[in-house]
Design a protein around this ligand. Structure first.
Ligand SMILES: Nc1ncnc2c1ncn2[C@@H]1O[C@H](COP(=O)(O)OP(=O)(O)O)[C@@H](O)[C@H]1O
Ligand SMILES: [Mg+2]
Length: 257
C-alpha cells in the first residue's frame, strides 16, 4: 500500500486538482485507491462526490476524516465508495475537520497509526490531500505518508515555499517518525505551467536547486481542468484528450502508480 501526500503550505497550487485527477486515473487502471481529505475546505470531497460531507450534529456522526481522527473508528468504517468510479474510495471532510486540529496537536502520528491498522491489501494506493499551513492536520498527513509530492506554481515566492516544505518533511522524518525513515520527498511537481518566462525560470531553478527531485512531468495551466473540477468530474470524462488529461496520465506513469 503506497501512501502519498501532496503538500504545500500555500493554497491555490493545484493540490486538490492533482489528487482528484490522479485518483480517478489510478482507479481507472484497476488499482484500489483511497483518497483522504485532510482539508477542512473539503474540496477534494466536492471534486469526487459532488458535495461536501454532511456536518455532524445531534448524535449524528457522518463518516468523515473528523470522525476518524477524533472518534473511535477504523478507516474501513469511514471510507465511502465513490459510486461514479470503480475502485475509488474516499474519506470525506467538511468544516468540522478544523476542530480536529486542536485535538491532534499531541498526536502527530494518529493518521499513520490508523493506516497501519489496515490489512495490507485493503488499498493499493492512498492519496492524501492537505490544506494550507503547517497545522497538526498537515503534520498528521505528512507523518502518515511514505512519499511526499511538493506542489509548486510558477514564481519566486513559490520557489521559496519548496525550502520550507523540505524542512517540514525533514522535521517530521527526524523528530516525529524517529525510526521509520519516512516520509521522503518523491518529487517536486510544477503546476499551472504556461508559456511565459516565469514558468521556464521556475522550472530551471527547481532543477538546479533540487537536482533529482524535479519531476519530468509538469501540469499545464488548462481551462478544462478548472471546468472539470467545477462540475465535480475528472478531466478524463470532461476532456480526455486535453493537455491536462495527458499530463496527469504521464504523471501516473512517472510516479509508477
Ligand atoms: N493546471 C490547472 N490549470 C488551470 N486551473 C487549475 C489548474 N490546477 C488548478 N487549477 C485551478 O486553480 C484553483 C486552485 O486549485 P486547487 O487544486 O484547488 O489548489 P489547492 O488545492 O492547492 O488549493 C482551482 O480553481 C482550480 O480549478
Ligand atoms: Mg485544495
Amino acid at each position: 500500500m503506497k501512501r502519498i501526500v501532496f503538500t504545500n503550505d500555500k493554497g491555490g497550487v493545484g493540490k486538490t486538482t492533482t489528487v482528484a485527477n490522479l485518483a480517478v486515473g489510478i482507479a481507472k487502471k484497476g488499482r484500489k485507491t483511497l483518497v483522504i481529505d485532510m482539508d477542512p475546505q473539503g474540496d477534494v470531497t466536492y471534486a469526487l462526490l459532488g458535495e461536501r460531507a454532511p456536518e455532524a450534529g445531534d448524535g449524528y456522526v457522518p463518516p468523515t476524516t473528523h470522525a476518524l481522527l477524533t472518534g473511535h473508528y477504523r478507516i474501513e468504517q469511514v471510507s465511502l465508495e465513490v459510486n461514479r468510479y470503480k475502485n475509488l474510495f474516499i474519506i470525506p471532510s467538511n468544516a468540522d475537520l478544523a476542530d480536529a486540529a486542536l485535538k491532534l496537536g499531541q498526536r502527530p502520528t494518529r493518521l499513520r497509526s490508523l493506516l497501519d491498522e489496515l490489512p495490507v491489501n485493503a488499498f493499493e494506493v492512498v492519496l492524501i490531500d492537505t490544506g494550507k499551513g503547517l497545522d497538526p492536520l498537515a503534520v498528521n498527513a505528512l507523518a502518515a505518508a511514505q512519499e511526499v509530492i511538493v506542489m509548486v506554481s510558477p514564481g519566486k515566492l513559490e520557489l521559496d515555499a519548496i525550502a520550507r516544505m523540505k524542512e517540514n518533511v525533514d522535521l517530521v522524518r527526524n523528530e516525529v517518525l524517529l525510526k521509520a525513515g519516512e516520509p521522503t520527498i518523491k518529487g517536486i511537481l510544477l503546476t499551472l505551467a504556461d508559456q511565459y518566462s516565469i514558468t521556464r525560470d521556475t522550472l530551471e531553478r527547481i532543477k538546479s536547486n533540487y537536482p533529482g527531485l524535479a519531476l519530468k512531468t509538469s501540469i499545464p495551466k488548462n481551462n478544462d481542468l478548472q471546468k472539470a473540477i467545477g462540475r465535480a468530474r475528472s478531466i478524463f470524462e470532461i476532456a480526455p484528450n486535453s493537455k491536462g488529461a495527458q499530463a496527469y496520465r504521464q504523471l501516473i506513469e512517472e510516479l509508477g502508480l
